[in-house]
Design a protein around this ligand. Structure first.
Ligand code: IMP
Ligand code: MG
Length: 192
């Protein structure tokens, strides 16, 4: 099946095998860094869910699992303003070792705000794991401790990541080119 449709063109970037290998490596590194128990894993909805599910199974250790929401993008490839951070009140953070799991670190705004909100609850430590790091697009000073893949500026979908809520269920990671003369003056959905 060709998952491309209409004026949106998908190109395979990482296969299932490449993703599985990298996620396994990440889990080993995270486990080696400890702590062996009591880790609070904070997944960022919705994009990190598929990555987190695989990472957790590769991690093979007891964790406390919780989710936060960072909303900003809506149905657009570009941010639409300041993200709103939602952290459930029953998520244990005070004095805990926290691992944030996110799909993509782009400008860094979402992660900066999320880290501030988590730090405000006085955790013992906070580490950041992202599937994809677009380091060259960074506008805010935030650094991931664990990175699956580094990318330049491509817009990516699949493996949980979306464009306007599409493509999340694809098991591979694709780059997305949008050819829409009404919305875009060129083919790059995520221009620098
Ligand atoms: P930031 O706040 O600019 O770092 O944006 C990070 C968020 O933007 C990610 O959590 C994603 O939800 C979204 N995002 C950034 N780049 C992409 C992409 O290439 N595909 C899908 N979502 C993206
Ligand atoms: Mg996100």
């Amino acid at each position: 099946m060709n998952p491309s449709s209409g004026s949106q063109q998908l190109t395979l970037l990482y296969s299932r095998t490449q993703i599985r290998r990298r996620v396994t490596e990440l889990a080993k590194t995270i486990a080696a860094d400890g702590p062996g128990r009591g880790l609070v894993v904070v997944g960022v909805l919705n994009g990190a869910v598929v990555f987190l599910a695989d990472l957790l199974r590769a991690l093979r250790q007891d964790v406390h699992l919780g989710f936060v929401r960072v909303s900003s993008y809506g149905a657009s490839a570009e941010s639409s303003g300041a993200p709103v951070i939602q952290i459930p009140n029953d998520l244990p953070l005070v004095g805990e070792d926290v691992l944030i799991v996110e799909d993509i670190l782009d400008t860094g705004l979402s992660m900066t705000l999320l880290c501030e909100a988590i730090q405000a609850r006085s955790p013992a430590s906070v580490r950041i794991c992202v599937l994809i790091d677009k380091r060259q697009r960074r506008l805010y000073r935030v650094k991931a401790d664990y990175v699956g893949f580094e990318l330049l500026s491509d817009f990516v979908v699949g493996y949980g990541m979306d464009y306007a809520e599409r493509y999340r269920s694809l098991p591979e990671i694709f780059t997305l080119d949008i050819e829409d003369p009404e919305c875009e003056s060129d083919d790059d959905p995520n221009p620098d």
